[in-house]
Design a protein around this ligand. Structure first.
Ligand SMILES: *Cc1c(COP(=O)(O)O)cnc(C)c1O
Length: 425
């Protein structure tokens, strides 16, 4: 859409743009395949010399519309939807790595991402160095090697809620000839657009705020289209691909080489594609995303302030609070709110944390965050259960930590629920 239109308008009107007599609402093209009149045309589709869809594992009209909207919202050149956020992360890294490659990753990342990197991808021969994103430039520089292919961070980390200094980290990545890949799941493009701060690739778990109603799994990969893949570090993008009859991605697709390769190789070979129905649900969520993100942010700030003043609470982590060490970065990168997720520690420790959660009536205990309903989770006992104590400490998680995902219900009802549960312990 016209980039001059406001993001609220693009959330509603972007992607599907009906022509005369078309359905007003994005249709679900629930078809695995697409019919053509000539074998020759289909052959040209396989060569990327003609446009059109041929098999939903590679592309589908419903997905294409939602991908266009995602790219538009993040300010990217193109996007690709995946079956889940995990698949998006895997593709984002594997697309430019192979056995022998090295990745620099923030320690402040989602537990599932940490396992994917430190266990599964490590087994594939890809080496990872984990760094504290708040470390000095000199410290960070030590992590990079000649084989490093990318720097991976989360804008606002799940669940430790550290704000990444995107501008500085992008500068650091570029000084070492690699892209900055940012998981922007928590802020969504409503609250922060990492590409505007120098990031090169953005990924999402669309399962969270974007869907917003805890209904469909999904992920997204957005290519800023500005990184120079011909700098000598990325031969897989600039040399002939034998699995695609000698295609050279940078020559054929120019600024969209990275995205084209992810589609042509990874969707083709691994196939973690989003279903058209899930993409339709995601699109509905995107239409109301700005309204929800602002309400999440307002409610979360109110809950954070309330907890900070409560005698049973040891500390509250929410970058929207003035007392938070990331407040200055939040003011810069998240001026319109720091999303709905907060975490806090109970003075009385792990037992009290569990009893508090059991006492909540409105907030649901779920393995999920970032949707319309207020929910609560104990990271050390669930999402981060597989991590050792040292790994837990590195990702900022203590046994008494509670992750509270503030929903869009009325703030008075959320606070009343918290108070009655705190009183009961
Ligand atoms: C949930 C989450 C993921 C993984 O996404 P799924 O859709 O659950 O596969 C990745 N990154 C962050 C920050 C998340 O919160």
């Amino acid at each position: 859409m016209n980039p001059k239109t406001h993001i609220e308008t693009r959330c509603v009107q972007g992607g599907w743009q009906p022509k005369n007599g078309d359905p007003l609402v994005l249709p679900i093209f629930q078809s695995t395949t697409f019919k053509y009149d000539s074998a020759d045309y289909m052959g040209r589709l396989f060569d990327f010399d003609a446009t059109g869809h041929f098999y939903t594992r590679l592309s589908n009209p419903t997905l294409e519309c939602v991908e266009r909207k995602l790219a538009d919202l993040e300010g990217g050149a193109g996007a690709l939807l995946t079956a889940s956020g995990q698949a998006a992360t895997f593709y984002a890294v594997l697309n430019i790595c192979e056995a022998g490659s090295h990745v620099v990753s923030s320690t402040a990342i989602y537990g599932g991402t940490f396992n994917l990197f430190a266990v599964t991808m490590q087994k594939m021969g890809i080496d990872f160095t984990f760094v504290d994103p708040s470390a000095s430039d000199e410290e960070l520089a030590k992590a990079f090697r000649p084989t490093t292919k990318l720097f991976f961070v989360e804008t606002l980390s799940n669940p430790s809620l550290k704000v990444a200094d995107l501008e500085r980290l992008a500068r650091m990545a570029h000084a070492h000839g690699v892209p900055l890949i940012v998981d922007n799941t928590f802020p969504t493009p409503i609250l922060c657009r990492p590409l505007e701060w120098g990031a090169d690739i953005v990924i999402h778990s669309t399962t969270k705020y974007m869907d917003g109603h805890a209904q469909s799994m999904g992920g997204g990969l957005i290519d800023g289209g500005t990184f120079d893949w011909t700098n000598g570090r990325f031969p897989s993008l600039c040399e002939p691909d034998p699995s695609y009859h000698g295609l050279v991605y940078t020559e054929k697709f120019g600024s969209l080489a990275y995205l084209a390769k992810a589609r042509a190789q990874l969707l083709r070979d691994i196939g973690a594609v989003q279903s058209p129905f899930s993409a339709y649900i995601l699109n509905l969520g995107l239409e109301t995303l700005p309204l929800r993100m602002h309400q999440h942010g307002r409610n979360a700030l109110a809950v954070a302030r309330h907890l900070e003043a409560h005698p049973a609470i040891l500390s509250v982590q929410y970058p929207g609070l003035e007392s938070n060490p990331f407040h200055a970065l939040a003011k810069k990168y998240l001026p319109d709110g720091a999303c709905g997720v907060i975490s806090f520690r109970m003075k009385a420790g792990r037992e009290a944390a569990v009893r508090f959660m059991d006492g909540l009536k409105l907030a649901a205990i779920v393995t999920h965050v970032a949707d319309a309903r207020t929910s609560v989770l104990h990271p050390a006992g669930t999402t981060h259960r597989q991590l050792t104590d040292e790994q837990l400490a590195a990702s900022g998680i203590t046994p008494d930590l509670i992750r509270f995902s503030v929903g869009i219900e009325h703030i008075d009802d959320i606070l009343a629920d918290i108070d009655q549960a705190l009183e009961a312990i």
